[in-house]
Design a protein around this ligand. Sequence first.
Ligand code: HEC
Length: 149
Amino acid sequence: MRKVLYAAAAAALVGSIALAADPMETVTARQDYYKSLGAVMKPMGKLAESFDAEAAKAEAAKLEAALAVDVRPLFAPGTSDAEFPGKSRAMAKLWDNMEDVGTKGKAMHEAAAVVIAAANAGDAAAFGEAFGKLGGTCKACHDAYRVPE
Ligand code: HEC
């Protein structure tokens, strides 16, 4: 049930992205998306320190739903910090390196799959290790393409 709800929320998010003709709306949608990803990672970080099988399963379902969203519309051209300085934190060079961005996105998805599997298996040690790796894949993209705060 929970899964169905999140899938519906994800579908609604994609729908609204597809309608966003205004580039600033795309920036906001992108930031909202990543905020939601960050919001899933936070409780997972706590679980990595102090594991709870039921909670880990619930968070894994949220992560799965968040990662089922097609983020490509969020990376429409004309939405970098060059066009929206101080608002968009996506570096302009991101659009010159789409292949690498895709590779970094794939690395995140692969790392997340390991986290989700560990959560569903109730394996605390595997979960902790996989969570650390997942965080590293977020950081790799941020270090390369996100304007530092
Ligand atoms: C392929 C590149 C990429 C990956 C992978 C990635 N991010 Fe990001 N993230 C970005 C970019 C680019 C921004 C800046 C977006 C903007 O300001 O328009 C961002 C912004 C954010 C923000 C700030 C949102 C805001 O404006 O408040 C958070 C939080 C975040 N990411 C979390 C994560 C987490 C957690 C992961 C891993 C599970 C992750 N990101 C993986 C590229 C990535």
